[in-house]
Design a protein around this ligand. Structure first.
Ligand code: CAA
Length: 379
């Protein structure tokens, strides 16, 4: 395996890093404190091709590889984890799903504006009683002429308030369990589709996390994504890609915390010397740097396999599991290095800590990643 980035990937990284430092990082504290969606930043990311990194240019994307996608999510999340997940979901769970499973007409009509960042997507799988057990979802889809009528509730939908297009998983026949699940592209403004509740949360406060209500929501048959009964496989395949994104997001958050802690430790003097000269602090920094690099390499490995067209579900779950736990560990250590200053909101490490936690939960909890990994190992 070649561990170096190609010249094209390096140039892409420089471009995203410069954009993130100049445009995203300065707004991150406000986005967090005010819990405001960074609409202007998302518009700018669309212009840079960051809302559809791996989507071919013909469909409005940047036509780059999955390593570039991981690079972009890491750099943006290092600046602002809320902005990072907004772009990650639009890229992987939404654009990649339509690109892989959508009909040509759906790609022309819906993928192009999504990949350009002119529209935003959300991914609606979870429900009040179907989180980790996604196959148990209850939202129904009933065929009626050239339409499907959707009825039910979706839970914890990131970008649910701002999204123009939702990928909604619904069952056409509960008896069939996961084989009865189909995927639908529901456009904002469709009668019977609306936000029921916007949750208040611990971290990534610049994204909306919504409960969505579907009441006799009439979705035209041409908005069925894939075939009837193929929805669960679409959901699972999309999550494989999404988990690379969440791994990269976790690496970005951890890097932000590590870099802040390193800088602080070099400047903070106690007992007559910078605390970075104490081995207790040095050991923490050494562990932080090592585990961040290991997490990034796991994410890149999954990305390379995806680009080579090789099954990468196992590697994506390993990357997501490890990187999210690294993010929690590194952000905890960063607060410890800052001491009391780490616990107050004047400094950003408490935000990194709060933002890191969800990476162990969304797109499959750490326990689900272990289940997926063990399934591959044991069979
Ligand atoms: N790719 C394609 N198909 C897959 C697959 C994959 N990675 N994994 C499983 N499948 C298929 C299987 O092949 C099987 O299909 P067939 O019956 O046709 O053979 C089918 O799916 C069922 O597989 P399982 O029996 O393994 O399914 P299960 O019910 O036991 O569930 C699970 C497996 C791994 C626990 C799964 O339910 C899961 O991943 N749960 C977590 C859900 C999750 O990540 N939710 C996150 C919500 S999205 C989110 O967070 C978005 C947001 O807004 C941030």
């Amino acid at each position: 395996m070649d561990f170096g980035l190609t010249q094209q990937q390096q140039l892409f990284q420089e471009m995203v890093r410069e954009f993130a430092e100049k445009e995203v990082a300065p707004r991150a504290a406000e986005v967090d404190e005010e819990a405001c969606f960074p609409a202007e930043t998302v518009r700018m990311m669309g212009k840079l091709g960051l809302m559809g990194v791996t989507i071919p240019e013909a469909y409005g994307g940047a036509g780059a590889d999955t390593i570039c996608y991981a690079i972009a999510v890491e750099e943006i999340s290092r600046a602002c984890a809320s902005t990072g997940v907004i772009m990650s979901i639009n890229n992987s769970l939404v654009c990649d799903s339509i690109h892989t499973f959508g009909a040509e007409e759906q790609k022309r009509r819906l993928l192009i504006p999504l990949a350009r960042g002119e529209k935003l997507g959300c991914y609606c799988l979870s429900e009040p009683d179907a989180g980790s057990d996604a196959a148990n979802l209850q939202l129904t889809a009933r065929a009626e002429g050239n339409h499907f009528l959707l009825n039910g509730v979706k839970n914890f939908i990131t970008n649910g308030q701002e999204a123009n297009i939702a990928i909604v998983f619904a069952t056409v026949d509960r008896q069939l369990k996961h084989k009865g699940i189909s995927a639908f592209l529901v456009e904002k403004g469709t009668p019977g589709f609306g936000v029921l509740k916007v949750e208040k949360k611990l971290g990534i406060r610049g994204t909306s996390c919504c409960q969505l209500l579907f009441e006799n929501c009439r979705v035209p048959r041409e908005n069925l994504l894939g075939g009837i009964g193929e929805g669960f496989n679409i959901a699972m395949a999309s999550l494989d890609g999404g988990r690379i994104g969440i791994a990269a997001q976790a690496v970005g958050i951890a890097r932000a915390a590590y870099e802040a802690a390193l800088g602080y430790a070099k400047g903070r003097v106690q007992f007559g010397q910078p605390i970075a000269s104490f081995q207790a602090i040095q050991f923490m920094l050494a562990d932080m740097a090592t585990t961040i690099d290991a997490a990034r390499l796991l994410a890149y490995r999954a990305a390379i396999l995806r680009d080579q067209g090789i099954q990468y579900g196992l590697e994506a779950s390993m990357a997501k599991l490890y990187a999210s736990e690294v993010a929690m560990c590194v952000t905890t250590k960063a607060i410890q290095i800052y001491g009391g200053y780490g616990y107050i909101t004047d400094y950003p490490v408490q935000r990194y800590f709060r933002d890191a936690k969800v990476t162990e939960i969304y797109e499959g909890t750490s326990e689900i990643q272990r289940l997926v990994i063990a399934g591959h190992l044991v069979g």
